[in-house]
Design a protein around this ligand. Structure first.
Ligand SMILES: [Zn+2]
Length: 373
């Protein structure tokens, strides 16, 4: 009887520790024999964590009530925004291509910063057209505007379809490809171990966090000022502004519409998954770290703040750094969000065969569907 009770108790304990994933081994294990790593420690912390403001509405009123809670959380996490200064634009360069003109402009986004922007305007526009703010990832602006110098660079642009700003301009859209803050001519201290592009993510993250801001908050702010500029342009339809980004730029495309309602449609590529399965689980650039975010919600919750505005999620199913299973789960949740808001047609996914790159499988149709021909 005694043995049976002891056995039952130990079985129960084992079962409970599995169920609740409590770090029972932390008590049982001799740390001198097998030291505890931060990896297992953080994993257990995350396992025990339920996001405090995850979306779980069942009707529109509950959605609005949830939004009222979570929206201020995300804007707070994105950090202090710069002081708004009057819009100033310096037109620096103009280059003619077969179907569009490419300008380079500098837009003053705050007192101490001018964002360089490649501004693409298709020839012979007969009416106002939608404009797309395009945001690049960690390779910097060069491959994204197809200005790579070597054959290998050009091949990378083509294979990964990085030149979506050019592609959309060729298809009649006005596009603005921002040199994201911390890259190329805006770089300061070069990131250690990075040689393929000029980049200062580490310096930027350290400085931004110390002054109460975040790289994603500041990059979103620049994009907002670019939208200010776009809305002054005669050929831009001010009610049809879209955002598009890949990787780090895809993450900005995820945060920007939270801050700016003028973004009416968003294409997020190579960035949507879960914090837990991507940034938390493997090495990523520090600039993507959103302090505290996992305490409150997941990426699907952030994108739920866009709803009911149209969102296209673009993910290569072989993208190792934004695992597809987590992306699929997030997409499923977003379908519920849009269903509750009677806007199911506004959420779509292009989960294609391929790796960490852009895809135009659905982009043009998605734009036409929501902005018209
Ligand atoms: Zn970075």
């Amino acid at each position: 009887m005694h043995n049976f009770t002891a056995l039952t108790r130990s079985l129960l304990t084992a079962l409970l520790s599995c169920l609740f994933l409590t770090p029972t081994n932390a008590a049982d294990r001799d740390p001198a024999e097998k030291p505890f790593t931060v990896t297992e420690s953080y994993q257990q912390l995350a396992d025990a964590m339920e996001p405090l403001q995850a979306w779980q509405a069942t009707n529109k009123a509950e959605h609005q009530a949830w939004r009222k809670q979570f929206h201020p959380t995300v804007t707070r996490i994105l950090g202090q925004m710069p002081e708004r200064v009057p819009l100033e634009v310096k037109w620096a360069e103009k280059k003619e291509f077969d179907t569009f003109t490419r300008h380079k402009v500098f837009i003053r986004t705050e007192a101490s910063y001018w964002a360089p922007v490649y501004y693409f305007v298709p020839h012979k526009l007969k009416k106002k057209v939608p404009a797309i703010v395009c945001m690049h990832g960690h390779s910097g602006i060069v491959p994204y505007i197809d200005e790579g110098k070597t054959k290998a660079d050009k091949e990378k642009t083509r294979q990964s379809e990085l030149d979506y700003a050019v592609y959309f301009a060729k298809h009649g859209y006005i596009t603005a490809a921002i040199v994201m803050r911390g890259w190329n001519e805006t770089a300061g201290d070069q990131d250690r171990g990075v040689s393929h592009t000029k980049r200062s993510c580490l310096q930027m993250t350290m400085n931004a966090l110390l002054i109460g801001s975040t790289p994603q908050g500041q990059r979103s702010w620049d994009a907002m000022r670019v939208i200010d500029f776009l809305q002054t342009q005669d050929q831009v339809d001010p009610d049809c502004i879209a955002a598009a980004g890949l990787s780090g730029g895809g993450a900005t495309a995820m945060y920007l519409p939270v801050l700016d309602d003028r973004v009416k449609l968003t294409m997020i590529a190579g960035a949507f998954s879960t914090y837990r399965a991507s940034y938390y689980a493997m090495p990523h650039c520090l600039c993507q770290c959103m302090p505290e975010m996992m305490r409150f919600g997941e990426m699907s919750d952030v994108v739920a703040l866009h709803a009911p505005r149209p969102v296209l999620l673009i993910n290569g199913i072989e993208d190792k750094i934004f695992p597809i299973e987590a992306a699929r789960e997030g997409y499923k949740k977003l379908q519920q969000v849009y269903q509750v808001l009677d806007a199911e047609e506004n959420i779509d996914a292009d989960f294609f065969q391929g790796g960490h790159r852009w895809s135009n499988n659905k982009s043009l149709d998605f734009l036409k569907q929501h902005f018209g021909e």
